[in-house]
Write a protein that binds this ligand. Structure first.
Ligand SMILES: NC(=O)c1ccc[n+]([C@@H]2O[C@H](COP(=O)([O-])OP(=O)(O)OC[C@H]3O[C@@H](n4cnc5c(N)ncnc54)[C@H](OP(=O)(O)O)[C@@H]3O)[C@@H](O)[C@H]2O)c1
Length: 253
């Protein structure tokens, strides 16, 4: 499908890099120059973007969602990544159109995003398949019911920050133990990558992997006991809950 990207900031440009072919419209001239430098097409106005695109990825901030009022005559598919903006709200702005909602995360920068999606009834299964295929280089997809989108925003949209902090904490731990920064960084990143791969390939409960590492009165038991004392897991569960509550507050605006 011929893709148009509306808004070429952090996310729009990350999608543009993965897609490799797209036409971009942004109100900011610098962003247009960036799109050109990446070998993408640039539209000078919205009308041109609409005319050239079978699908438009709406990647402006939620506060700028009013731009959708210009899409009342658009016949293609609208794919919105705006956090907290429901399909119903999009329909209110631009009328009943074929609408798909995506909730990606920043890992789209390396083509490894997890993208939650929902759609309205005007998008049939064939069209949905075509849309997802168009974005296949951006990451993988999981269907999310609209009512769970705020939770998904917290879990998938915000959690990369949690993982970055975890990696940073492991780096600090490495430094404290006497490794240099480069080595600590390598250790932290490889632990994350290797453990994620192991979990992905292993079919049982994740917890049973933990117990493969624990030996009686050993180092891992000591580490886990300390984490337990500091409420490690419930801190994470509560943090995601808080992020979900914030996503719900923002959706109501
Ligand atoms: N960042 C994330 O991790 C993440 C994750 C999931 C979803 N999202 C969603 O992704 C969307 C984009 O976020 P972002 O961080 O990429 O924002 P961003 O960097 O601010 O990019 C938005 C771009 O759109 C431009 N713009 C504003 N109004 C426009 C209009 N009427 N027509 C064309 N372009 C317009 C902005 O220009 P100006 O800068 O001049 O205003 C800016 O270049 C948001 O809705 C956000 O909820 C983000």
């Amino acid at each position: 499908m011929r893709v148009g990207i509306l808004g070429f900031g952090n996310m729009g440009s990350a999608f543009g890099r993965c897609l490799k072919e797209a036409i971009v419209y942004d109100i900011n001239e610098e962003k247009k120059k960036l799109a050109l430098s990446l070998g993408l097409g640039v539209a000078n106005d919205l009308e041109f973007l609409k005319g050239e695109s079978e699908l438009i990825l709406v990647a402006v901030k939620p506060k700028d969602k009013g731009v959708l009022e210009n899409f009342k005559d658009y016949q293609g598919v609208i794919v919105s990544i705006m956090a907290g903006v429901s399909i119903k709200e999009i329909e209110k702005l631009c009328g009943r159109k074929k609408i798909v909602r995506f909730m990606p995360n920043i890992n789209v920068l390396v083509g490894e995003a997890l993208i939650g999606y929902s759609k309205n009834e005007l998008v049939d299964e064939n069209l949905l398949e075509e849309v997802l295929k168009t974005f296949k280089n951006c990451g993988s997809f999981v269907e999310v019911r609209e009512e769970l989108m705020d939770s998904f925003t917290a879990l998938c949209g915000s959690s990369p920050a949690l993982i970055f902090e975890l990696i940073d904490a492991l780096i600090l731990a490495g430094l404290r133990e006497g490794f240099d920064y480069k080595t600590s960084r390598e250790i932290a990143v490889q632990i994350l990558l290797g453990s994620a791969k192991l979990v992905k390939e292993f079919e049982g409960e994740v917890r049973s992997l933990t117990f493969k590492v624990v030996s009686p009165a050993g180092t891992t038991a000591e580490m886990l006991t300390e984490l337990e004392r500091r409420a490690f897991k419930s801190s994470i569960v509560e943090a995601v809950r808080k992020a979900t509550q914030r996503a719900k507050e923002l959706s109501k605006r």
